[in-house]
Design a protein around this ligand. Structure first.
Ligand SMILES: [Zn+2]
Length: 387
């Protein structure tokens, strides 16, 4: 890979013909049409938070270096940004009046309102740019490994860079656009943001059953994303159809896996809703995130709910009472051992060798209090196998 250091390009040069697409949230072109600011393999612009973008402008005004910027030379005199897109988009948006910085008196200042000398200081700032030339694969491999200043690329952003092409472009239009009206609905079930590719990642994760990289590689040059969209919408529709209530604990569950596991079973959404409400009101349920799969699985696996266990005092009280009664009768203090035929028939277990058991299982309505607590030896407790 060949690199050329350029030190004569100014912010003014870059901002000539600067285009920012508000809808897609990305800086598109600059340098009088010779520079593509956000090529397909770049992530979305994420500096528009009133902090990182402002910090870029403040650095320039203080004369601090903006750091190295890398261009990929597409053809002679034509470039695309390899690294530096967030910084370039930030000053491009500032110079074109898209946001304000605060002056020393705390007053917002847009570029147009700055004193002429400050405007000139920004426009005349020279950038340190490396223009690289090389094979596409070589540049992408390098892009994957450079340590990008600021916010590091996440896994999906890297995959988008490595497998860039028509498929990724179409996927980003659908799943990475925060203006998409469906984002609000998706957010009920998926955590993260459109900008950081979280919806795109889930859509690919679900359709590929977890093999995102392989899937992107196989479909890299596809010109339709219909299978991804259809599968994604099927999962979302299934979840929102089975669970008519939207609870915040639903966000970020493994809905793709859950859908594949339970989609063949019929459910009555009204009954499901009643169960959700009942379990939300149950003080013994420690893990509310497990409620949904617990119901889908026919309320058999109480482990999903991490049901509250007996407290130490309750266990000690039950242990003392059982031990006293067992010694009086000359039998084991584990009621299961006592009725068995093995050598443990008369064994008095130490407190540490026993576990608390719900006499009536929690899942059958048994409470987690002393009236429903029985100490069993560890192996019998495990054999009984409920909480
Ligand atoms: Zn026992």
């Amino acid at each position: 890979m060949k690199t050329t250091l350029k030190t004569d390009i100014t912010i003014k040069d870059i901002c000539e013909g600067f285009v920012y697409n508000e809808l897609e949230g990305k800086g598109l072109f600059g340098l009088a049409g010779k520079l593509t600011i956000q090529p397909e393999y770049q992530r979305n612009y994420i500096y528009a938070d009133g902090k990182k973008d402002v910090a870029v402008i403040e650095s320039i005004l203080k004369g601090y270096p903006l750091g190295l910027i890398y261009f990929n030379t597409v053809s002679p005199g034509k470039y695309e940004v390899l690294d530096g897109q967030q910084r370039i988009t930030s000053f491009g948006r500032y110079v074109t009046g898209k946001f304000a910085i605060m002056d020393e008196r705390g007053m917002p200042q847009y570029f147009g309102g700055l004193a002429a000398d400050m405007q000139q200081k920004i426009l005349n700032t020279k950038l340190l740019i490396y223009a690289c030339e090389g094979e596409e694969s070589e540049i992408k491999e390098w892009f994957k490994t450079i340590n990008i200043a600021g916010v590091p690329l996440n896994d999906q952003e890297l995959l988008n860079a490595v497998y860039s092409g028509p498929f990724v472009t179409l996927l980003k239009e659908e799943f990475s656009n925060s203006q998409n009206a469906n984002v609000l609905k998706w957010s009920a079930y998926i955590s993260g943001t459109a900008n950081r590719q979280d919806f795109l990642e889930r859509a690919l994760d679900w359709v590929s059953q977890g093999y995102i990289g392989e899937y992107m590689s196989r479909h890299r040059f596809d010109t339709s994303i219909l299978p991804v969209k259809t599968y994604f919408n099927t999962v979302i529709d299934w979840v929102s159809g089975v669970f008519i209530d939207v609870e915040k604990e639903m966000r970020g569950l493994e809905w793709g896996r859950i859908y594949e596991t339970y989609r063949r079973n019929p459910y009555d959404p009204k009954k499901v809703s009643e169960e959700v409400h009942r379990l939300y009101a149950d003080p013994y349920v420690k893990n509310r995130r497990g409620i949904f799969e617990y119901i889908l699985g026919g309320m058999a696996d109480a482990k999903l709910l991490d049901v509250r266990v007996f407290d130490e005092a309750t266990k000690r009280t039950a242990y003392a009472k059982q031990k006293k009664e067992a010694e009086a009768k000359g039998v084991s203090n584990c009621s299961y051992c006592a009725i068995g035929s093995e050598s443990n028939k008369t064994k008095i277990w130490a407190f540490g060798d026993m576990d608390a058991d719900h006499v009536t299982a929690w899942s059958k309505g048994g409470a987690t209090d002393s009236s429903n607590c029985e100490m069993l030896c560890k192996s019998h407790n495990r054999a009984k196998g409920n909480s």
